[in-house]
Design a protein around this ligand. Structure first.
Ligand code: SF4
Length: 213
């Protein structure tokens, strides 16, 4: 088996659109900045510096590197809450027993995006393996709304995420070319300029038409 690690951010890209994942992971493309990305960068600043804070029985670790050797996933968690509890997992670097809750920060209004749930699930799979525990839920914190949305790590979400990770690895290994397919969400996509979904679809259509003449 190829030892290609899948980044947590790629999981989110793949859930948003497989072509977006392809552009970043296979072609190594990086988008320039657009208004949506600039807003995201600004609102993400509060979780951009590694730190450990303790309030009562809750310890919050910001920017924690995590990985899973089982699923070959790695990346950074924005925030992980370690809630001290005698029935929790042993956390050597804190010297405490805790229940864990990953919290991912996203800019904008509250919404329900399956790619965010999958990215958070990827974080939980890493944390579960690293600390030998089971995590039942996490949160997506929406910076504009100042509100967090709970995500239950159901069996369905677990298997969908693992399946997507395996598909992503296959795309990388086999260098599968994923063509664009125009969708309603394309204009808001950070890769819109690089991807050019409308232009490429028109050009593909013209080529097919030409081949029939
Ligand atoms: S512009 Fe559209 S097709 Fe292209 S990567 Fe983004 S969402 Fe996918």
């Amino acid at each position: 088996m190829n030892e290609e690690y899948i980044l947590l951010s790629w999981i989110s890209n793949y859930g948003y659109c497989p072509r977006r994942f392809y552009l970043s992971a296979v072609e190594g493309q990086a988008p320039g900045s657009n208004i949506f990305m600039t807003e995201g960068t600004i609102s993400h600043q509060r979780v951009d510096t590694p730190k450990i804070e303790r309030r009562g029985s809750k310890i919050t670790v910001t920017r924690l590197y995590v990985n899973s050797e089982k699923y070959l996933i790695e990346g950074i968690c924005d925030n992980v809450e370690f809630n001290i509890d005698d029935n929790g997992a042993n956390i050597p670097f804190l010297g405490e027993k805790c229940f864990l809750i990953p919290v991912e920060y996203k800019h904008g209004k509250m919404r329900n995006e399956k790619e965010y749930d999958m990215q958070l699930m990827g974080q939980a799979l890493c944390l579960e393996e690293m600390f030998g525990t089971h995590i039942e839920k996490g949160y997506i914190y929406y910076t504009d709304a100042h509100h967090r949305h709970g995500v239950v790590f159901s069996e369905e979400l677990r298997s969908n995420t693992i399946e997507s990770v395996n598909e992503m690895r296959k795309i990388i290994n086999d260098q599968v070319l994923l063509e664009p397919k125009y969708m309603k969400r394309c204009p808001k996509c950070a890769y819109y300029e690089i991807c050019s979904p409308r232009k490429k679809m028109v050009s593909k259509y013209m080529k097919e038409l030409w081949s029939k003449i």
